[in-house]
Design a protein around this ligand. Sequence first.
Ligand code: NAD
Length: 289
Amino acid sequence: MKIGFIGLGNMGAPMAVNLAGAGHEVTGFDTAAPVPAGITPAASAAEAARNADVVITMLPNGPILKMVAQQVIPAMTRGAVFCDCSTVDVNSARVVASMATAAGLGALDAPVSGGIGGAQNGTLTFMVGGSGASFATVSPLFEIMGQKAVHCGEAGAGQAAKICNNMILGATMIATCEAFALADKLGLDRQKMFDVVSTSSGYSWSMNAYCPAPGIGPQSPADNDYRPGFAAELMLKDLNLAQEAARSSGAQTPMGALAQQVYEQFVEQEDGRGRDFSAMLPRFVKLNS
Ligand code: NAD
């Protein structure tokens, strides 16, 4: 396929490289990042999109996505698919999908989980909103860039799935960390705490697969001095998007709201920026000391 790839940052560059490595013809554009070897550089986003069967965007946020979509959609061939893989608000995803549909294009919102390692190794998970026909067109590309793609529903459903998942993750990570810090205060050994909780009703992905306590459970960023992993500021971004979605849809999300406040404090006012989101545990230990 001919692919236009716009946004060649930490995630976009390795994703584009994997597509080119599988034999697709990839033309790329970024306003700042270098175009990696194997990708044909374009002078603008519109030029990268011209004649492409699929245009993939991997950009920082919704306003930038909408601006790029305005430049790119008029340059695209009718019947081609605009596939955004960035994490953005549900409303921006829906606006961009209607712009594309009105121009006779297919449209998908396909945010990912798996981080930079997943992008490099081609093991991302895609959560996808949009038509079944567009999903079928782009599926072979999802298979190259990732190991799983779930078609979640119509436009915006991929972003909805992503922020709901990460809202649960943010809240359970905080709960797991505050419980470890409470256990410390009560003189309960961390290994014993893990042995009980990981096989009892308090278990979760945060405890069992990504344990925030160093030296306990499987290898995790806690064992690497809390280097990310999944950085606290990216968790804050997703919690902000979840709150925006809750406000605009009128949903009650008290735990999500509190998780957003705690990560905001950690990132904006404490030392959370640049640390893994599980560094919430040493934060609570410090607050309790
Ligand atoms: P990044 O900042 O490294 O990459 C974004 C790229 O977009 C940059 O290179 C920037 O120069 C480029 N860009 C900005 N404006 C542009 C424009 N108008 N035209 C063309 N290019 C433009 O960010 P990233 O880590 O690659 O993340 C990209 C997206 O993926 C974000 O939405 C992020 O939330 C999401 N995401 C990131 C991770 C992660 O672990 N990094 C995990 C899952 C999802």
